[in-house]
Structure formats: C-alpha cells, structure tokens
Design a protein around this ligand. Structure first.
Ligand SMILES: [Zn+2]
Length: 188
C-alpha cells in the first residue's frame, strides 16, 4: 500500500492551486482544498500483464529503464483509458517481445506501487501463437525461465508474488490472491 503521507505532501488543488490539507472523509485521510472544497480522491491505476508459458517455462523481459533497471519483469504495463486489461496484456506482450499470444486464464489481481503511484495489477496466463522474439525499445533481453530456476532479481513486489504463486502451484483461491487476507488467521 501507499506510504503514509505527511501533512506537507498533499500537494496543491488542481482546481484553484491552494495547498491541500489532510482531512478524514469516508474513513480515510484525503487531500481537501480549504478554499474550494475539492477532494483529491486517490485510486490505484489499472495495469495488466501476462505470464506467457511455453514448454512449462515463463517468458520474462529485462528492464533497461528505472524503476528496477536490469531486473527481470513480466511483460505488461498500464491500461489505456478505453482498454480492457486483457487487451493491455496482449498489446504489452506484442510491444515488448514481438510475440502474438492468446490468453488462457486469469491468475489474479495484485496491489502494488509504481514508484509512488498505487497500481492494481491484473495478471493472465497465456501461450504464444508465434515463435520469433523481437524485443521492444524498453526491453534489454528476454528469456524463458523454469519455475524452479526463476532469476533472483525480479521487478516489483507484485511481479515476485505472481511468479511465486505460479512457480509453487499455490492453491490460494483466485479471488484471494494478491490481497493481504490471510485466510487461516481471519477472525470469526
Ligand atoms: Zn481548490
């Protein structure tokens, strides 16, 4: 989840430019404009990616930009405003690896941060329909990894989490994956 924000970091009102102040609304502290009452609602940005599997191995790409420069990453990215996450996953895999794929399932939804931006990350499984890898501008390499030999440096907490679930065959029900719910410890 997002780091706790100090009172100095609420920023400025996008409507009138007045410094926002922290105020509890609907049970959460939010930036509110003392001048025009504008409320800075915060929402996670939707992102999507795909674990492309061939012969039991998953396709990862190497990042050449920050954050996580040099780390291995699941092909994926931010959803456009009018784009379903499934379309985002297909597009991002095509742009980053040159592969046409088909989606074969939904792996789950994970919350995370992209630097300071809260993200909601939808992950699909998929299989390639074409064979030839052709790397995009923002990928420094691509390789297939066995579930027992994933690379140590994987970009983003949510990327590590979804790959761990895939690699371990974790049986957590789909709708609980990526939440902070620990089913066994829930109060009754
Ligand atoms: Zn204002």
């Amino acid at each position: 989840m997002a780091a706790e924000m100090g009172t100095a970091s609420w920023g400025f009102c996008p409507a009138c430019g007045t410094p926002l102040v922290g105020k509890v609304l609907d049970h959460r502290k939010r930036g509110v404009c003392p001048s025009c009452s504008h409320v800075q609602w915060r929402n996670a940005k939707p992102c999507a990616g795909a674990l492309v599997i061939r012969n039991g191995k998953v396709l990862l790409v190497r990042r050449i930009i920050e954050p996580f420069r040099g780390y291995w990453d699941i092909p994926g990215g931010f959803c456009e405003a009018d784009e379903h996450p499934a379309e985002t996953a297909l597009r991002e895999v095509r742009e980053e690896t040159g592969l046409e794929i088909e989606l074969t399932g939904l792996l789950g939804i994970w919350l995370d941060l992209y630097v300071e931006t809260p993200t909601l990350n939808v992950y699909y499984s998929g299989r390639p329909l074409s064979r030839r890898l052709q790397l995009g501008d923002d990928a420094g390499g691509a390789a297939w990894f066995s579930p027992v030999a994933l690379p140590p440096r994987i970009a983003f907490d949510n990327g590590r989490q979804v790959l761990t679930i895939w690699a371990s065959g974790d049986s957590t029900p789909l709708h609980f994956r990526g939440t902070r719910i620990v089913v066994a410890d829930q109060d009754r």
